[in-house]
Write a protein that binds this ligand. Structure first.
Ligand code: NDP
Length: 616
């Protein structure tokens, strides 16, 4: 039996036809499915498609031309006249978007043709006839365009070398200029709409967190894990030998006052968030090109919250209520996170396609509910994700820690909190205050830029962070751990070193993403990518990949050390954080490889060291 031949090998750079068009793009062969005889290829913008062998050609037979060249000379001329348009064109458009426009151009039965067939006549003329004119009249402008954007350069579109008796063709006008201009405007409008739609429609990205089955698992596991931690830390001996902790009756979880307290806290934070105090910061450009505005007044919010808490205590409110009703407060926050996630999922069905998160649009209800379907759900200007990420849970974390310090004094009969408790409180307060002071920096993180707002983040922000990150302080209430002076000094030093690395590296990337031409960053080397963004290859991000994770890990270690080594429980955060960063790092690596293609590989070759070892 004759074995089928494999014409293109994995890793080959070839030209792949965009389905439905006669445009070819440079693609990398990822593999051949022996059964379907389809090649999986990846375009430069990360789009993966399966192509037949006849839709692939070797790169040698192609002449690479910039995307604008594939358009008619008169269209290019009209573009160059408008600076605004030039800017818009030079902003990054995905190959899919360009190809969507190309499909419209090439498919005779397309919507655009149907609309235009009465108003324009075109004739096909071999390209050779127009080439000289093109070169003469537009070379200068094209060169400028090509220099302007890395994107335009690397998304070079090539057209097929003439097949037998068939030339390469450009659309050329037959009617007079006036007619053509109005038609041209229409074409542009329609083309833009199509490109916008193509850019906005979320392509299916690989499923994360174990996919659909994984989503079921995490939905059940995460709340169960929080419950386990809280029950375990309440045991007389929280050693793992006493696993599993006994389950209290259901009514033990419910306390209407606790629910009222949580609601009041969230509403109070919401009021502080909407106050017209503080800077309005711009988020990163969305797929639609839009940049959302965020009120970054987190530092103001924590200061006002502290004053409010002090006032409540002055009025006689016993903050140790938080310690004695921890389970009920957690249950109340959990209920709110479920209600919020349900609301988010339902409203995501009314969101425009460009407002959906690429990672949370699988079509599977459970997965999308878990991962988050809508990227930036907002009620008017109130950004729900940004608010939940930065306010009730984060500031609540400090409030709970403070309450635990008071509870420790009460339970241990102390006049002041222990050294360990003070360290844990101060370290974590510094982390939160720093986050709120540099609130703008969160706008360039994965959560804000890529993850949809669903159960994962709602639960994480409202339950996981405030009720598990406080476990060390909770533990110290019942299990004090005296520290010697050298131990204290060593832990403080570790925290400060970690904090320095964390802050410097995060600020460097944030400043670079906000303004790559910032003169204060001119000493940093970077490599351009096809998306128009560049990657830092010197400074902190040139020493090691994800230097910010290193700083964070050192700080996590400094948070657990004050609790000593008697139990594993206060080390939970450290263990969890390693797992989180391993997964986050791998998610980010594949996302960056998808986004930046060969530029990412070059970055990885240049910056060899990584904080997180590759485990899968
Ligand atoms: P990062 O802030 O590290 O963001 C990763 C993104 O940075 C990439 O997707 C890429 O985005 C960009 N990037 C990567 N390499 C480069 C480079 N060389 N040059 C320029 N840009 C680059 O990730 P996270 O959002 O995971 O973390 C943010 C901070 O929050 C970290 O310090 C982390 O430790 C901390 N964190 C803390 C948690 C906690 O529970 N305590 C939980 C999660 C995070 P693009 O190119 O698209 O801009």
């Amino acid at each position: 039996m004759k074995m089928p031949t494999v014409k293109y090998q994995r890793g080959d750079m070839v030209m792949g036809r965009w389905p439905g068009s006669n445009l070819y793009y440079e693609v990398k062969v990822l593999g051949l499915d022996a059964k379907s005889q389809l090649y999986t290829v990846i375009y430069k913008d990360g789009t993966e498609l399966e192509l037949k062998e006849q839709d692939i050609k070797s790169a040698a037979g192609f002449q690479s031309r910039s995307r604008s060249r594939s358009r008619s000379p008169s269209r290019r001329r009209s573009r160059s006249r408008s600076p605004a348009r030039t800017t818009r064109r030079s902003s990054s458009r995905t190959a899919a978007a360009v190809a969507a426009a190309a499909i419209t151009e090439s498919a005779p039965s397309s919507r655009r043709d149907a609309k235009l067939k009465d108003s324009v006549e075109v004739r096909l003329s071999p390209l050779q006839q127009t080439k000289a004119a093109e070169n003469n009249s537009n070379n200068k402008h094209e060169k400028k365009e090509e220099n302007n954007t890395a994107n335009e350069k690397s998304e070079a579109v090539a057209e097929a070398v003439p097949e037998k008796n068939q030339g390469r063709y450009n659309l050329r006008r037959r009617k007079d200029d006036g007619d053509f201009k109005s038609v041209e405007a229409k074409v542009e409008q329609l083309e833009e709409k199509e490109a916008k739609l193509a850019a906005a429609t979320p392509p299916s990205t690989p499923l994360d967190f174990g996919g659909k089955i994984g989503a079921y698992f995490w939905l059940l596991f995460l709340p169960a894990w929080v419950l386990f931690l809280l029950l375990q830390v309440n045991l007389e001996d929280p050693s793992l030998a006493n696993f599993p902790p006994p389950l209290p009756p259901l009514e033990a979880f419910w306390d209407v006052q606790a629910l009222g307290f949580v609601i009041l806290w969230i509403l109070f934070q919401a009021v502080l968030y909407i106050l017209p105090v503080g800077k309005l910061s711009e988020g990163m450009p969305l797929r639609s090109g839009e940049r959302l505005k965020y009120r970054t007044n987190g530092f103001f919010a924590i200061v006002v919250s502290s004053v409010a808490v002090a006032a409540a205590m002055h009025k006689g409110f016993d903050l140790t209520y938080i310690h004695s009703h921890f389970l009920q407060l957690t249950a109340a926050s959990f209920i709110i996170s479920i209600l919020l996630s349900t609301y988010l999922y339902v409203r995501s069905h009314y969101a425009a396609p460009e407002q959906l998160a690429l990672g949370g649009s699988s079509g599977n209800v459970v997965y999308d509910f878990f991962k988050g379907h809508e990227l930036n759900p907002r009620i008017k200007n109130f950004d729900l994700k940004f608010f939940c990420e930065m306010r009730p849970g984060l500031i609540g974390w400090c409030l709970i820690n403070f309450a635990m310090a008071l509870a420790e004094m009460k339970h241990q009969g102390l006049n002041a909190p222990s050294h360990s408790m003070i360290l844990v409180n101060l370290f974590q307060l510094l982390y939160v205050v720093d986050g709120l002071w540099n609130e703008e920096a969160i706008l360039t993180t994965m959560d804000l830029m890529h993850d949809g707002f669903g159960f994962m983040l709602a639960f994480g922000d409202l339950v996981w962070v405030p009720f598990t990150y406080t476990l060390q302080a909770y533990y110290l209430v019942s299990w004090p751990n005296p520290l010697s002076l050298p131990a204290l000094g060593a832990i403080v030093t570790l925290k400060l070193v970690g904090f320095y690395i964390f802050r410097k590296s995060n600020s460097e990337k944030n400043a670079f993403r906000r303004n790559p031409s910032d003169t204060r960053l001119s000493h940093l080397r970077n490599i351009p990518t096809a998306t128009g963004k560049s990657l830092l290859v010197s400074g902190w991000w040139g020493v090691v990949r994800h230097p910010n994770y290193l700083g964070d890990l050192l700080m996590a270690l400094a948070w657990s050390l004050p609790c000593g080594f008697s139990h594993l429980l206060p080390w939970y955060y450290m263990i969890y954080f390693i797992i989180l960063l391993v997964h986050r790092d791998s998610r980010d690596m594949s996302e960056c490889r998808r986004k930046y293609g060969s530029a990412w590989d070059e970055y990885c070759r240049t910056v060899r060291y990584r904080i997180i070892p590759r485990v899968y």
